[in-house]
Write a protein that binds this ligand. Sequence first.
Ligand code: A3P
Length: 290
Amino acid sequence: MADYRFPGEWIKDDMVLQENITSEIISRLESFDMIQGDVLVATYPKTGTTWLQELVWLVCNNGDTNKSRSVNLNARIPYLECNIGGESGLEILQRKSPPHLMMTHLRSDTFRTQIEAGKVNIIIGIRNPKDTLVSFYHFYRMNRNLGNFKGSWDDFFELHKTKHILCGDYFQWYSSWLQYKDKPNVLLVKYEDMHSRMPDIIKDVSNFLGKDLPQNIIDDIVRHLSFDNMSTNNMVNRSIMTTFDNKISPFLRKGKIGDWNNYFSKEQSDIIDKSYKTIIEPLGVTLSFE
Ligand code: A3P
């Protein structure tokens, strides 16, 4: 199974991509002019991207939960490189007036010029690698674009070990982004902190983006972002994605910390611990696993 290939996949710089992410879009992104006030959410898949996108959008829109229940998240914060319904996120974005809110799963290389120019605000989302991989395994099972993966958890773990996984290796991905984490225009948000101290994270994001939200709006946002609320909000729960089979596994699946304990063998856990200790911790980042 480690040789599993989904239909239409291609590889860019060691990174496995879907055919709806074309090299042409990536080249256009390399030269896309990001301006002061733009916000780029950068995450590895399954690290709580949707949760963070919804938070960022609400902070930037004064906690407008009515709109976030009536307009699809992808229209509010386009997924830059992905072509959904015949149009890339970049094209959706270009129809909107600035400042732009956008999301990417690409590594930082594509955005080097914009990051170094220091104008765009970048919010990097991260989740511990073990829960990320378990969530990714279920995403492979339910996503028809990934060929309805029928392998076991062990098979999926091998795919990641050989780096043959959508968006490439978790550790390589985060090495590419975390090198920028101390720049003034970059904020790092941990999935596990969103669980344990959401009001503080909303304030951190607000301060980072120069917004001053009253306490009642922060309280509304906290309520809106609960797992139960988001699971039933069709504008964020991806239930309208025809390529996802939510009966196999819902997109908002469990939303927990520590589910990896139900999947990882001791040997698999040791492999991830070793990479975490040699790659993530030396970059000055510690993550919670329980
Ligand atoms: P699980 O599969 O572990 O449940 P992404 O948006 O990057 O694809 O990440 C999806 C993961 O984030 C899923 O993890 C999903 O349940 C979790 N998630 C999304 N919204 C959440 C919320 N409001 N609270 C907790 N977890 C959430």
